[in-house]
Design a protein around this ligand. Structure first.
Ligand SMILES: C[S@@+](CC[C@H](N)C(=O)[O-])C[C@H]1O[C@@H](n2cnc3c(N)ncnc32)[C@H](O)[C@@H]1O
Length: 318
C-alpha cells in the first residue's frame, strides 16, 4: 500500500482560482507591472480608492487575491465612456456579450469596413445622442459592446476623440483579434458587482475629500511625457498637464500626512523627479520615489522609445 502523502492544505478563503483580466486595452494599463507593485500593497487598510481607474489592472489583481473582500472600494475615472461601459458590463453582462458576439461575426465578415461602419454610423451618433448635461453618457449594453469591440480592434487600444468629441481611432492591424469573451465579461461584472464596490465618473480630486487615515490609494495618472514631443497624455479631451501633475502631488502629500497608504505610478520625467524624488516636502510626508524597470514602451516617440525605468512613489513597505 502506498504511504500516505503530506496532507493537502485545507481550502483557504483567500485563495481564489479565477483570474479577472481587464476587458479593455488601455494606454498605461498596469498588468505588466503588477509584480513590481504588489510588494507595496499594504497588509491592512480601510477603503481601497483608485482615482485613475482605466482598465483597472490593480483593482482586478486585488480582487482576485481576495485582498479587497469586505472592504469598501471606490473606482473613479474622468473618461465618461469608460465608466458608462463598465456600468453596463456590471449590470447587464449577458446583453453586452450578446451584442459583442454579433459584432465579432460582423468583423469576421467585414474587417475594417465593419469597424468604420460601427464607429461612424452607430457608435459616435448613439453616444452623442445619449450624452448628459454633466458630461456623462447614458450607456446601453449595445454602446458598451461597441466600445469594447472598437477598443479590441482599433489601433493600439487607444481612446481618442477629435475636437467635436467624436471617437476617431483608426482600425488596428490585428489578424485574429479576440473580441467576444463571455467569461471575461462575466468575471469583470462579478468583480464590479461585489459588495462595497462603487464606480464613479469624476475627477481624481474627489479622493481628497473622501480618503481617511488607513485607506489605501493606488494612483495611476496619465504619465508626464519624457520628451516635449511625446503625446502620451491624450486619454480624454483635457490634457493632464504640469498643473494637474502639481495638483496631484499636493493632494498626495496631504493624504500621506493624513495617514493614507499611497502607491502612485508615473514616468521618470524631470517634473516628476522634482515633485517627488528631489522634494523634501514629499519626503517629510513619508513618500519615497522608487525607480522600477518599465517593461513596456510608454512612449511611441522614436527618440524616447523604450524607457528603462518608471517611478513607484509610495509610503508603504519601505
Ligand atoms: C494611466 S491610465 C490608468 C491605467 C490603469 N491603471 C490601468 O491599469 O489600466 C490614466 C487614467 O486616468 C484617467 N484620467 C485622466 N485625467 C483624469 C482626472 N483628472 N481625474 C480622474 N481620472 C483621470 C484617464 O481616463 C485614464 O483612464
Amino acid at each position: 500500500m502506498k504511504a500516505p502523502g503530506p496532507a493537502l492544505p485545507a481550502p483557504c478563503a483567500i485563495i481564489k482560482l479565477h483570474m479577472t483580466r481587464p476587458l479593455l486595452k488601455w494606454v498605461g494599463g498596469k498588468r505588466q507591472l503588477l509584480t513590481a507593485l504588489r510588494p507595496h500593497y499594504p497588509q491592512a487598510f480601510g477603503r481601497y480608492i483608485e482615482p485613475f481607474f482605466g482598465s483597472g489592472a490593480v483593482f482586478f489583481d486585488l480582487f482576485d487575491s481576495g485582498r479587497v473582500d469586505g472592504h469598501e472600494v471606490v473606482l473613479i475615472d474622468q473618461n465618461a465612456d469608460l465608466i458608462g461601459c463598465y456600468e453596463m458590463v456590471r449590470d447587464e453582462p449577458d446583453a453586452v456579450s450578446g451584442v459583442l458576439e454579433q459584432l465579432a461575426d460582423g468583423h469576421a465578415r467585414g474587417g475594417k469596413t465593419h469597424f468604420y461602419e460601427v464607429r461612424d454610423r452607430q457608435f459616435n451618433p448613439e453616444r452623442e445622442a445619449r450624452r448628459l448635461a454633466d458630461g456623462r453618457v447614458a450607456y446601453t449594453p449595445a454602446l458598451a459592446a461597441m466600445l469594447i469591440y472598437l477598443n479590441r480592434t482599433g489601433f493600439n487600444g487607444l481612446f481618442r476623440v477629435n475636437a467635436r468629441g467624436a471617437f476617431n481611432v483608426p482600425a488596428g492591424k490585428y489578424v485574429r483579434p479576440r473580441i467576444a469573451d463571455r467569461e471575461r465579461v462575466q468575471a469583470v461584472s462579478t468583480a464590479l458587482r461585489a459588495p462595497g464596490v462603487c464606480l464613479r465618473y469624476g475627477s481624481f480630486t474627489e479622493a481628497l475629500t473622501m480618503a481617511e487615515a488607513g485607506d489605501f490609494l493606488y494612483l495611476d495618472p496619465p504619465y508626464a511625457p519624457l520628451s516635449p514631443t511625446a503625446n502620451f497624455t491624450s486619454y480624454t479631451a483635457p490634457r493632464f498637464g504640469p498643473e494637474a501633475q502639481h495638483a496631484l502631488q499636493q493632494m498626495v502629500i496631504t493624504l500621506a500626512r493624513r495617514g493614507c497608504a499611497i502607491v502612485l505610478s508615473n514616468s521618470t520625467a524631470p517634473q516628476i523627479a522634482e515633485l517627488y524624488d528631489r522634494n523634501t516636502v514629499a519626503q517629510q510626508a513619508g513618500l519615497r520615489a522608487l525607480r522600477i524597470p518599465a517593461r513596456r514602451s510608454i512612449n511611441r516617440d522614436a527618440a524616447g522609445r523604450g524607457p528603462v525605468e518608471e517611478y513607484v512613489i509610495t509610503n508603504v513597505n519601505l
